[in-house]
Design a protein around this ligand. Sequence first.
Ligand SMILES: C[S@@+](CC[C@H](N)C(=O)[O-])C[C@H]1O[C@@H](n2cnc3c(N)ncnc32)[C@H](O)[C@@H]1O
Length: 239
Amino acid sequence: MKLCRLLCFVLTLPLHLMKITGLYGMYKRLFPLLAYNITFSYNDKMNQTKKDLFRNVSRFANTDGTLRLLEIGCGSGANFKFYPYGCTVTCTDPNPHFEKYLQMSMDANEHLTYDTFVVVSGEDMEGVQDESVDVVVCTLVLCSVRDVQRVLQEVRRILKTGGAFYFLEHVLSDPCSWTYFFQQVFEPLWYYLGDGCMITRTTWKDLEAADFSELHLKHIEAPEVTLMIRPHIMGYCIK
Ligand SMILES: C[S@@+](CC[C@H](N)C(=O)[O-])C[C@H]1O[C@@H](n2cnc3c(N)ncnc32)[C@H](O)[C@@H]1O
């Protein structure tokens, strides 16, 4: 396995060079278009899973019915249709080139009120006030962030006490599986194709260590999704 991974690493050397020389930056412009299109098929396959995931979001609304939701790494807004009627959504993503696709999703989801789109990394959301949101959402993002623990600290800081953090993330497979083998081998290539996406993360361990008062986490196999990203975790934590 190590030899195969090394071979894959060697084959991706031109991509490493592009990163070092700054040429890979061009992919940041192209990635939102790819992500926007891939989202349609991913959402089709994960429709029921996402419905199940977001089923109880309204439970975290305030007594006057308002609900402030902030999405980290919102990309093109793949989750909007699953959010409850009337909630106010703040979108954040470090890649400003998502804005055009985000706007299309906003136009298609008039049941929500949109606050701002903030270009910011999940590790450092200093513009967002402490204890200011009821719900935070991350889907397919913790695989790409530089520091998962730091993002989770930020989530805890901006969530109101009693608020919830919803997640749906692909993770490392069982070490006895072929999926695990392919994840290990192809990670160096996947990293570049997926704009920094790591397919061998054990994100459930970060969530367990993040000191939320409740953690509701399920391991699932995403139906019909590419083998390398089939093992997922889904659920929510309460601050
Ligand atoms: C695979 S896309 C997922 C987008 C969207 N959440 C979805 O479910 O379709 C990964 C997203 O994470 C964002 N991202 C990458 N690094 C990040 C970071 N450090 N903090 C927040 N978002 C990040 C990317 O810009 C991209 O929008």
